[in-house]
Design a protein around this ligand. Structure first.
Ligand code: UDP
Length: 447
């Protein structure tokens, strides 16, 4: 029996099919970023790599003639309804729930309100305004699922992180992602016409953990802004001078959101091991931690300071609030090495940004980091999270002052392979493939 709903849906799809008979490329994308705004400063709270990813991708897509409208939840009362981020890129603020004080965990209750806001914006346009929906993170995936079906366009989804992957590699003091998220992610994977994974590893995880159809998963490596993150003529010395850091210091840098998942504590503990083994280092070891609390780190924002105090390394560890990317580039240039001991990382943008500035990386061998870092050539990958292992690798930079320069030059070359232009071009290819397949299905459904 054909229900009223399905027959109406069939009629609408028939109308859409006629409109598409001429074959139109993807010209405008509705990009969904429910829980965090591309206008927010990354490096603290809910703002991180995904925000950077969306901004850079949207800009480059617009330069390649794909307009992007990004929908995000309004988090202040005075946020204008629409902000032009760049030519061809709009940010649309959607009212859904209170502006402040709403944790990410509470957002599932606001998805209906958010979807309503997206639908209202759509209703103000001519039919066919958006050619495709690209959702980021599972919360947006749920909005995208409904919007794409209602508009008769394909849904492309990027997970960014996955509950099952995070839960399988939790730090000792971290709390697991809730079952509701796992269920929500599974639904989005089933609904999406295409999934974009950062690496082959992430694509395999989507298939392994969420039963994604391998043909629907496309791998697009994220990029790095090579105009912003680049080596500079004055090199490390000039950057250190600008930041007021000692010229002769060994500087292992942590940059990013401070939470157990990112394991900045492993670096602090490794610094303590280094000093225990060689107290003479005390005068020339500086460990900057640039970023602010986030995720489960918000429940104990003082934990890392307390750890540094307990280990007696307060004098070498320097906490700095998040900085804009121009200044972050200087921190990368000033550092001897960037340290990223994460438990889970779908790619790890800071690893590729630091390398683009000519700085090697010591990273945990997890997730996308083995793609971002060429082990032994642009830095070192460390299996596990034992601070002694990290101390041992960092000791190599102490013993061989030339090591950072050698690896750093290779790192800058390696990073040049990760431009956002290429990432956007690959993403546009995924859009085209999703659209073609969507049309093929419509054609077969309408003879
Ligand atoms: N970042 C920043 N200022 C800071 C610290 C970090 O702008 O003080 C940015 C950084 O440039 C990077 C992003 O935050 O692009 C972090 O991305 P990553 O993939 O490393 O981690 P995520 O936040 O996605 O877990």
């Amino acid at each position: 029996m054909v229900t009223t709903h399905t027959s109406r849906l069939a009629a609408r799809r028939g109308a859409l099919y006629k409109r598409w008979a001429g074959g139109r490329r993807v010209r405008r994308v509705a990009m969904l970023s429910v829980h965090t705004s591309p206008l927010h400063q990354p490096g603290t709270g809910d703002a991180g790599g995904m925000n950077v990813y969306i901004v850079e991708l949207a800009r480059r897509l617009a330069e390649q003639n794909v307009e992007v409208e990004i929908f995000t939840r309004a988090t202040t009362g005075d946020a204008p309804a629409v902000v032009e981020l760049a030519p061809g890129v709009l940010v649309r603020h959607v009212d859904a729930g209170p502006y402040e004080g709403l944790a990410k965990e509470d957002l599932p209750a606001q998805l209906c309100a958010f979807t309503h806001g997206v639908m209202q914006a759509w209703a103000g346009h001519r039919p066919g305004h958006y050619d495709l929906v690209h959702s980021h993170y599972w919360l947006s995936g749920h909005v995208g699922w409904l919007a794409a079906e209602r508009w008769g366009v394909p849904l492309v989804h990027a997970m960014h992180t996955m509950a099952k992957v995070k839960n399988a590699a939790l730090a000792d003091d971290d709390c697991p992602e809730p079952t509701a998220r796992v269920i929500g992610e599974t639904q989005v994977v089933a609904a999406a016409d295409r999934l974009i994974a950062n690496t082959d590893e992430e694509a395999a995880e989507l298939v392994r953990h969420y039963d994604a159809e391998p043909d629907r998963v496309a791998v697009v490596h994220p990029g790095v802004n090579l105009d912003r993150f680049r080596p500079e003529a004055g090199g490390r010395a000039a950057a250190r001078q600008r930041l007021g850091l000692p010229q002769d210091a060994v500087i292992p840098l942590f940059a990013g959101r401070i939470q157990p998942l990112k394991a900045p504590d492993v670096l602090v503990r490794a610094a303590a091991v280094l000093l225990e083994r060689d107290p003479s280092l005390r005068d020339r070891l500086v460990v900057p931690i640039v970023g602010g609390p986030s995720g489960s780190g918000l429940t104990r924002p003082e934990a890392l300071h307390k750890l540094a105090a307990r280990l007696g390394v307060c004098d070498v560890v320097r906490f700095r609030p998040p900085v804009d990317q121009e200044q972050l580039a200087d921190w990368y240039r000033a550092a001897t090495v960037l340290v990223m001991p994460s438990y889970s990382e779908s790619f790890g943008l800071v690893a590729i940004e630091a390398q683009a500035c000519g700085t090697p990386v010591v990273a945990a061998s997890v997730g996308g980091l083995p793609v971002a870092v060429a082990d032994g050539r642009t830095g070192f990958l460390v299996p596990g999270h034992d601070p002694r292992d990290y101390a041992e690798v960092l000791r190599r930079f102490v013993d061989d002052p030339q090591l950072a320069d050698g690896l750093g030059a290779a790192a800058a070359r390696h990073a040049r392979g990760f431009g956002w232009d290429a990432a956007a071009a690959h993403t546009a290819d995924v859009y085209a493939a999703a659209q073609q397949e969507y049309r093929r299905h419509l054609r077969s459904a309408h003879g």
